[in-house]
Design a protein around this ligand. Structure first.
Ligand SMILES: Nc1nc2c(ncn2[C@@H]2O[C@H](COP(=O)(O)OP(=O)(O)OP(=O)(O)O)[C@@H](O)[C@H]2O)c(=O)[nH]1
Ligand SMILES: [Mg+2]
Length: 294
């Protein structure tokens, strides 16, 4: 039996969480087209013949502007430090940019302290044709002495099996650290909060996605029905208005979509009540960040 931890790292929006979900064959991390979707470290455990792999999804490496963002970066740096192996993600639809170079800098710092395999995973290859892919792979390939380079599409499930196959030889001999049936360390409450946040990110633009946090106030299982009461925090009155929408339309859509996801994931009927509250500058507030688990 082999076991190892693999940190999935890279700049915001490269497709880390989409890859994690694909590697597990189950959606446990929320995904959106807005940068800074993932705010915490997310554990996902999978089994392949002869091995257990613990994947750690991380917040994207970006320039931190608020205390929350500094926490996010710290989380990623700590996760890089503890992982046995790194997947560094780069986006096939663009050439290396400042965000990628900054991400590589973080990786190199950890690598210098403790060298270990770093696999370059070039993502979203479904979006580029074969001729365009070669020069992209070449320019990313030059940025570091990568252990392996694996182009994948997490969305189209392309080459994921190859990524797993090149990973297994680098794992150490040993028993898995987690129970056979454990998939993630997130509680149902956390999953529920994240499902709501995902719908908010998908339904809003500009600064709203960054200003939103979700807290579960009540989570009660009553026989076949689960009663969930959640609060969405925003930073300003105007954001509250946007979130609620004309005659409450947007909030209704967000909660309906989130409830459907919960019912599917938890396999039970859900009664979901969602409130919106203004909490000024919560992203700078130690206590609120701690309460939210950031
Ligand atoms: N076409 C295509 N889109 C992808 C693929 N992987 C991710 N995406 C899209 O890219 C966007 C970002 O995906 P995420 O998985 O949230 O990216 P992330 O790196 O986790 O982002 P942060 O958590 O914000 O750092 C979403 O709109 C995804 O649907 C892929 O393989 N193909
Ligand atoms: Mg993510």
């Amino acid at each position: 039996m082999k076991f190892g931890t693999v940190a999935i790292i890279g700049r915001s929006n490269v497709g880390k969480s989409t890859l994690l979900n694909r590697l597990l064959g189950e959606k446990i991390a929320i995904v959106s087209d807005k940068p800074q979707t993932t705010r915490t470290r997310i554990l996902g455990v999978t089994h392949v013949p002869g091995a257990q792999i613990a994947f750690l999804d991380t917040p994207g490496l970006h320039k931190p502007e608020h205390l929350m963002n500094r926490r996010m970066i710290r989380t990623t740096v700590e996760t890089i430090d503890e992982a046995d192996l790194l997947y560094m993600l780069m986006d096939a639809t663009s050439l290396p940019g400042p965000g990628d170079l900054a991400a590589i800098k973080y990786m190199k710092e950890a690598f210098t302290k403790r060298p270990r395999p770093v696999i370059l995973v070039v993502t979203k290859v479904d979006l580029v044709n074969k001729q365009k892919l070669l020069p992209v792979l070449e320019s990313y390939g030059k940025l570091f002495a990568w252990t392996e380079v694996v182009p994948v599409s997490a969305q189209a499930d392309d080459n994921i099996d190859r990524l797993l196959a090149v990973t297994v030889p680098f794992l150490e001999e040993g028993e898995g650290a987690y129970d056979e049936d454990m998939v993630t360390d997130q509680t149902m409450r956390t999953l529920a909060a994240e499902m709501i946040r995902e719908k908010v990110l998908q339904a809003t633009e500009q600064e709203v996605p960054y200003s939103v946090a979700v807290e579960i106030e009540e989570f009660v299982e009553e026989g076949k029905l689960t009663r969930i009461r959640a609060t969405i925090f925003v930073e300003r009155e105007t954001q509250k208005g946007i979130l609620i929408g004309k005659q409450g339309e947007r909030l209704k859509l967000i909660s309906t979509q989130a409830r459907q996801d919960m019912e599917e994931k938890f396999g039970m009927k859900v009664f979901l009540e969602v409130w919106v509250k203004v909490k000024e500058a919560w992203r700078e507030d130690e206590r609120t960040l701690a309460e939210l688990g950031y």
